[in-house]
Design a binder for this molecule. Structure first.
Ligand code: GLN
Length: 310
């Protein structure tokens, strides 16, 4: 691994070159997200040994949104094991938008991927819990153990999502009718909506990735959060579906597992080495941060990381 000064200079250069790239627009189907200043931008690296560097608005706390799906998948794997997750939720890409109902038609209403809305709600329903509060606290607890104990739900964002999530409620009922919901479907949708409504900063996002990079051990707190054998499954899912219907382009261009959220966050992981996180609200057509993708991809390329490079 390059020394930390080199990583800092690459991170600074990614920010300088791409933090003002034009194009894209804030997500507006969630009213809270439409109002976040579009000019915010940050990029950070946390290494598997716990060193960190950042540039830009790295302390700004933004909505985790879909990146929460990685943490809930991690908890489902810990609770139920890799085989059960594959059978009861699925482990294949849909090739369709993250909230696609058509994707459910592909395989008898099986969600296929834990990293699209259907599979994420199925995952939330699959984790062990005796009540809605316990389900929520265990999922939030996983975000905190992977990232930082400062990660917390925004009541305002949650309210904004809970009052507009009709499409997700429809998906939850379709899954229920097909036998792919493992608790009450509205409980799963409620908890999924809360898990999307937590706020975190770019360094905390990179820490989530660094924990997965470091075989499940959070390099900042030292806690062994995940079984090492679950980490490759998480990264495989990120590679296949993490950037939604442009996951293939991300693999082709960057060659690392990635995950985006409509809050503007991007996370990409170099297994065993580090995670790179970036944030900026304007999104491209599939829902990935325009500047976040550029900043994260630049850091990976400049440091020479691509899993498919010999
Ligand atoms: N809460 C959002 C939703 O369910 C998350 C989607 C995303 O980030 N892609 O629509």
């Amino acid at each position: 691994m390059p020394d930390i000064d080199k990583i800092q200079s690459v991170v600074d250069s990614a920010y300088a070159q791409f933090s003002k790239t034009p194009g894209g627009a804030n997500a507006d189907y969630i009213p809270f997200l439409a109002n976040i200043p579009s000019n915010l931008a940050a990029v950070a690296v946390v290494t598997a040994k716990g060193q960190s560097v950042a540039a830009g608005d790295a302390q700004y706390r933004f909505a985790i949104e879909s990146i929460s799906k990685v943490c809930t998948l991690a908890l489902a794997l810990e609770d139920m094991g890799r085989q059960a997750v594959q059978e009861k939720i699925g482990a294949s890409p849909t090739g369709l938008p993250f909230n696609s109902v058509m994707a459910l038609e592909l395989h008898g209403d099986k969600p296929l991927s834990p990293l699209v809305n259907a599979g994420a709600m199925a995952s939330a329903s699959f984790v062990k819990a005796g009540s809605v509060e316990e389900r929520w606290q265990r999922i939030l607890g996983m975000q905190r153990r992977l990232g930082s104990k400062e990660i917390a739900m925004s009541d305002e964002l949650n309210q904004s999502e809970q009052t507009t999530n009709f499409h997700n409620r429809g998906i939850a009922w379709l899954l229920y009718s097909a036998g792919y919901m493992y608790c009450d479907p509205m409980e799963a949708c409620d908890v999924y909506t809360r898990q999307c409504s937590t706020l975190l900063n770019t360094v905390e996002l990179a820490t989530i990735g660094a924990t997965i990079a470091a075989r499940g051990r959070n390099p900042i707190t030292g806690e062994q959060v995940l079984k090492p054998e679950n980490c490759p499954c998480i990264m495989a899912e990120m590679t296949m579906e993490g950037m939604y219907d442009s996951s293939g382009d991300w693999a082709y261009n960057v060659g690392l597992p990635g995950k985006s959220g409509v809050g503007g966050g991007i996370l990409t992981i170099v297994p065993g080495v580090m995670a790179i996180a970036a944030f900026s609200p304007p999104l491209d057509k599939v829902g990935n941060s325009v500047r976040g993708q550029k900043m994260a991809a630049f850091v990976a390329q400049e440091l020479g990381y691509n899993l498919y490079k010999a």
